[in-house]
Design a protein around this ligand. Structure first.
Ligand code: C2E
Ligand code: CA
Ligand code: CA
Ligand code: CA
Length: 278
């Protein structure tokens, strides 16, 4: 037993070293990826349930590392911890503005692109100034950009979050709460946040048809959002049955594999051009 314990300890510390090494290595690689412009955005279409039309897209980051496309789940947490997320986040916003102008020129269509804002990015001192500068230097209609913020970010420092959100709103940007239901929103605060859209997390949508309580949560959330004057979108909608249920509960919009997977920019333009004009 003692022997085994010793072995375990060695393995443990070895694996700790290996993990720390891997982490540093990954961080260095990510830093280089930013410089070499190996990051790219894919765009997942969002659909209106009332008329089936395309509303816009959510921008989702990927890292093109050689042949493979690395999922944000594998590097966003690290970018967040190391602070790299601030420059990555600035790049994302710049790229979305560039893409929006191009799509508008190519298609003549008005659409909204939603951008994920990480906690650290939201809290960074230069966040508002960067967005102001970006809007000033492009001819983008601010209401074609939607910032997705999680509950945790808003609740952690609610009073200052409200002030910042109001400033962003005053610039004309749209605001949404991402992954709603997975954090701890205070209902008292929720009514004070200047939020346009509530995104129901996919974990609730997944078991909607089979778990009665999940259906109750989704229906109640749709009602809550509407009573606060918000648009409600459900994420992770994969089946026609889920779409039909959400539609019957007056959910406004859906996003998920049922309508479309996230698409590279060029495919997103094709999707846009083939979709119903709203
Ligand atoms: P999220 O913001 O909740 O994004 C939705 C995730 O669900 C995306 O994963 C999307 O590809 C996936 N998804 C969409 N429809 C379906 C579906 O029907 N079924 C299932 N199972 N999944 C679906 P993805 O692209 O891997 O992104 C993961 C997370 O990484 C995002 O979760 C977001 O938190 C973060 N992320 C992505 N892009 C950015 C970014 O530019 N900045 C920041 N800060 N975070 C980002
Ligand atoms: Ca999101
Ligand atoms: Ca989400
Ligand atoms: Ca998420």
């Amino acid at each position: 037993a003692r022997q085994a314990g010793g072995d375990t300890l060695v393995h443990y510390s070895e694996s700790l070293n290996a993990q720390a090494g891997l982490r540093l290595d990954l961080e260095a690689q990510l830093r280089r990826a930013v410089e070499r412009q190996e990051l790219e955005l894919h765009y997942q279409p969002q659909q209106s349930l009332s008329d089936g039309g395309l509303i816009g897209f959510e921008a989702l980051i990927r890292w093109r590392r050689g042949e493979e496309l690395v999922s944000p789940a594998h590097f966003i947490p690290l970018a967040e911890e190391s602070g790299l997320i601030v420059s990555i986040g600035e790049w994302v916003l710049e790229e979305v503005c560039r893409q929006l102008s191009q799509w508008q020129a190519d298609s003549g269509r008005r659409l909204v692109v939603a951008v994920n804002i990480s906690p650290r990015q939201f809290a960074a001192p230069g966040f508002l100034a960067h967005i102001e500068a970006l809007l000033a230097s492009t001819h983008i209609d601010p209401s074609s950009i939607e910032l997705e913020i999680t509950e945790g970010v808003m609740m952690e420092n609610a009073e200052s979050a409200i002030v910042l959100l109001q400033r962003l709103r005053a610039l004309g940007l749209r605001l949404s709460i991402d992954d709603f239901g997975t954090g701890y929103s205070s209902l008292a605060y929720l009514s004070r946040f200047p939020i346009d859209k509530l995104k129901i997390d996919q974990s609730f949508v997944r078991n909607m048809g089979t778990v009665k309580q999940q259906s109750a949560i989704v229906q109640a959330t749709i009602g809550l959002g509407h009573s606060l004057g918000m648009t409600v979108i459900a994420e992770g909608v994969e089946t026609e049955a889920q779409r039909a249920l959400l539609h019957s509960w007056q959910c406004d919009e859906i996003q998920g594999y049922h309508y479309s997977r996230p698409l590279p920019a060029r495919a997103a333009l094709n999707f846009l051009q083939g979709s119903v004009q709203l």
